[in-house]
Design a protein around this ligand. Structure first.
Ligand SMILES: Nc1ncnc2c1ncn2[C@@H]1O[C@H](COP(=O)(O)OP(=O)(O)O)[C@@H](O)[C@H]1O
Ligand SMILES: [Mg+2]
Length: 392
């Protein structure tokens, strides 16, 4: 089965290095592998000491590398959409692709659509994705879900769905409808988004791996990141703690730092005890070139089955209790007071911080109402009872 591994984490923690190490290991195992970067600050070229073009290039036997350029994807794969969006954004329709790229989340979205295409069309057994830093990745992860949700529920597919693509200003809502060819592109895009979401949420196919370092700010962001990934029901199945100082440096200067790292490593292991946790040493050099990256393979990955996705339980489940039902959603590290919950016509809506998720209710629960909720040990349990005046 072809698989996708997404490496995410804060900027500079070692996502590219860790992703590249997995790519080397995978190719070494004889699996046809693609290492692909969606981070606009690409550095796979530096790591493999090679100037990379716009399409995938073979750098080693079984290993291709590609730095996705979202502008290139927009222009080549969705030219009509680009033209139409250009019209939406300016009266004259002379808006450039660069300006369209300014719509938040747009670039990441096109990068992911490209990966979905590659997954379908190409014969790579493993696709390893080196992502943009956490903040951007999160907007990218929730974007397909939000977009397809709006398109399905609020707008009839096709006709006016495109409005959602440019939620730039209210004024944009009064514009002409797209011409026929853009319309087809939009419908194609909608279908691709649905496919993309299915691909990324499929636990048999996509694994999300979080890279972190043992320091306060990064650990905090890692926990938040994990919570949001769970909220959106992604399969997080690995944590990598990078830049761990060697214990025997014999240098007083680092004694304090060793203690600090130790504290955060313990904390991370406790927080992520349901996941495989890998520890990567802090090396005495920058990780440039295949030889340097191989150090991670030899020290950390060799002899471990890092490519079999670990199956974590589904993050949400409905179960029958007594006369009613209960929906359980796994939200590790969410703050109880920051969780907001309400019931829309056919969905249950959970908000925490800036994140919002709509969980469609099974048909049987449409006549039920939320009777109560509790948040305990990282789990939100929502209780449903049959609505008043709605008999058996
Ligand atoms: N374990 C490590 N030891 C030494 N240098 C490292 C280590 N991990 C990453 N680096 C260096 O830190 C910088 C950032 O790493 P990188 O993998 O590019 O992070 P990211 O992709 O998360 O921004 C690079 O120069 C890399 O060579
Ligand atoms: Mg990087």
């Amino acid at each position: 089965m072809k698989r996708i591994y997404i490496f995410t984490g804060k900027g500079g923690v070692g996502k590219s290095s860790t992703a590249a190490a997995h790519a080397l290991k995978s190719a070494g195992e004889g699996k046809r592998t693609l290492l692909v970067s969606t981070d606009m600050a690409h550095n796979l070229g530096d790591i493999f000491e090679k100037e990379l073009g716009k399409e995938a290039e073979t750098v080693l036997p079984n290993l291709d590398v590609c730095e996705i350029d979202p502008e290139y994807v927009m222009e080549h794969d969705f030219p009509n959409i680009m033209e139409y969006l250009g019209k939406l954004l300016t009266d004259e329709g002379d808006c450039s692709v660069q300006e369209i790229g300014m719509i938040p989340g747009m670039e990441e979205l096109f990068s992911l659509l490209k990966i979905s295409e590659i997954y379908k069309r190409e014969s790579y057994e493993r696709i390893i994705v080196d992502c943009a830093p956490t903040g951007e990745t999160l907007s990218l992860l929730k974007f397909p879900e939000l977009l397809s949700w709006y398109m399905e529920k609020i707008f009839p597919i096709g006709k006016v769905a495109v409005r959602v693509l440019a939620p730039v200003s209210k004024a944009a809502f009064q514009v002409e409808l797209p011409n026929k060819s853009a319309m087809n592109e939009i419908e194609k895009m909608f279908l691709k988004l649905v496919e993309l979401e299915e691909l990324l949420k499929n636990r048999e196919i996509t694994s999300v791996r979080i890279v972190t370092t043992p320091e306060k700010m990064v650990v905090e962001e890692t926990k938040r990141n994990y919570m949001y990934l769970n909220l959106y029901n992604f399969n997080v199945d690995g944590l990598y703690i990078n830049r761990i100082l060697p214990a025997d440096m014999g240098n007083d200067f680092f004694t304090g730092w060793l203690a600090i790292q130790k504290e955060y490593i313990t904390c991370l292991k406790e927080c992520f005890d349901s996941l495989p946790v890998y520890e990567i040493p802090w090396y005495d050099e920058e990780l440039k070139g295949e030889r340097a990256i191989r150090r991670i393979v030899e020290d950390v990955l060799d002899g471990k089955d890092v490519f079999t996705g670990k199956h974590n339980t589904e993050r949400e489940c409905f179960r029958k209790i007594g006369q009613g039902y209960e929906l359980e959603v796994f939200l590790p590290y969410a703050e109880k007071d920051s969780i907001d919950l309400y019931q829309a016509a056919t969905d249950i809506v959970i908000k925490t911080g800036n994140f919002k998720r709509n969980i469609p209710l099974p048909n049987i629960l449409r006549s039920y109402e939320v009777a109560g909720a509790r948040f305990d040990a990282g789990k939100l349990c929502i209780r449903f009872e049959r609505g008043r005046g709605k008999d058996e």
